[in-house]
Design a protein around this ligand. Structure first.
Ligand code: SF4
Ligand code: SF4
Length: 124
């Protein structure tokens, strides 16, 4: 087990990509699932799910870590309808200002081996 974890860490450090074979049937299945199920659910979650509290400093980090370009920060933080529900914004907000409805946890999770810079650069 330790060996497997080390091998995975080596792949991550080397930014190794594993080619995944996607067939035409896979694409069709994903398209149907996405259009009929996932997108409506995610959009509903985005529109109704996130709250930004008064501790927000408009630093813009949430917009930079969002892989879906779903957040804009001007006078306030606004979510669009392209959310992929990865929760990068929640977990990387330095003020812990972003919450789900009915959630006010002070606990957030960050991978100590992946810096904010790494996440932001991966989105560029
Ligand atoms: S990362 Fe947090 S503090 Fe910064 S703009 Fe987004 S919600 Fe506000
Ligand atoms: S959950 Fe992920 S995709 Fe959705 S707005 Fe936050 S960072 Fe963007």
């Amino acid at each position: 087990m330790d060996g497997q974890i080390e091998a995975m860490l080596d792949d991550l450090r080397a930014r190794k990509e594993t080619p995944v074979k996607i067939t035409a049937i896979n694409k069709l299945q994903m398209s149907v699932i996405s259009k009929r199920l996932a997108v409506p659910i995610l959009r509903k979650d985005t529109a109704q799910g996130y709250l930004v509290n008064d501790s927000c400093t408009q630093c813009g980090i949430c917009a930079k870590v969002c892989p879906a370009d779903n957040i804009t920060v001007t006078d306030k933080v606004r979510f669009s309808d392209r959310c992929e529900v990865c929760y990068a914004c929640l977990h990387n907000c330095p003020q812990n200002a972003i919450h789900l409805r009915k959630e006010a946890s002070p606990v957030r999770f960050r991978n100590e081996h992946i810096s904010l810079k790494d996440i932001i650069e991966a989105n560029e």
